[in-house]
Design a protein around this ligand. Structure first.
Ligand code: FE
Length: 233
């Protein structure tokens, strides 16, 4: 499965971040970064292949986009949705996820491609969590699949840190003023999964039913879990 959105961002650069999510490196790192302005060898090859295959009439670029979209929004994030649904229903698992997300997630069969560590951050009434990679686009592939295009866009990466509440509004999410927003900056070594708040009215629901409420964006923090009324409709 290839597509023009499937840029390989799983690079092994090592920008350091401290535990609290703030950068530990100097700003020179930004100038060394090369993801925004030109294609990597792999991106160039993928683009060339897509062009040739399209010209020969072997593929339809729109079909390719549809496949990529499916991996971005449906198939990939299903893993993360299962993790969240289990955390909602199984207190022991939730505690394990909070203390050692890498192991808890691996126990469900979802492991990173390069052994990166996972950390789960739980939304509460008091705190909403939002994930970004300010330097490039480090993303928890093992639980969310392909990163959406906006996640890689410089505008999101810059604004998420400066004005997270404004970013959420652009995604249609308006939080109570009293709810703090905490921004987590991903790295190649440590990636974050947001555990959204469990929607009201879901007492007694099965893990499978609950997983349907967990959207990709709710696990990045740019969305919330779907309300039950939306599912019933
Ligand atoms: Fe990155």
């Amino acid at each position: 499965m290839t597509g023009k959105h499937h840029d390989d961002d799983d690079h092994d650069h090592a920008h350091g971040h401290e535990e609290n999510g703030h950068h530990a490196h100097g700003h020179d790192a930004h100038h060394d970064h090369h993801h925004d302005n030109h294609y990597s060898d792999m991106q160039a090859r993928v683009r060339a292949l897509e062009t040739v295959l399209t010209q020969k009439g072997l593929i339809d670029p729109q079909a390719l986009d549809a496949i990529v979209d499916t991996y971005e929004t449906k198939i990939g994030p299903r893993n993360g949705a299962q993790v969240v649904a289990k955390a909602w229903t199984d207190k022991t698992f939730a505690e394990w996820l909070a203390t050692d997300a890498t192991a808890a997630i691996a126990s469900l069969g979802f492991t990173g491609r390069q052994g990166e560590h996972m950390r789960a951050v739980f939304n509460t009434k008091e705190t909403h969590n939002l994930v970004v990679c300010t330097l490039c686009s480090c993303y928890p592939w093992s639980v969310l699949g392909l990163p959406p295009v906006w996640y890689k866009a410089p505008a999101y990466r810059a604004k998420a840190v400066i004005d997270p509440r404004g970013v959420l509004q652009e995604f249609g999410v308006v939080l109570p003023e009293a709810q703090k927003i905490r921004v987590w900056d991903s790295t190649a070594e440590l990636r974050y999964l947001v555990v959204p708040q469990r929607p009201a009215g879901t007492e007694g629901w099965s893990e499978e039913q609950l997983a349907d409420l967990v959207t990709r964006d709710s696990m990045i923090g740019t969305g919330l879990a779907r309300p039950t009324v939306e599912v019933a409709a």
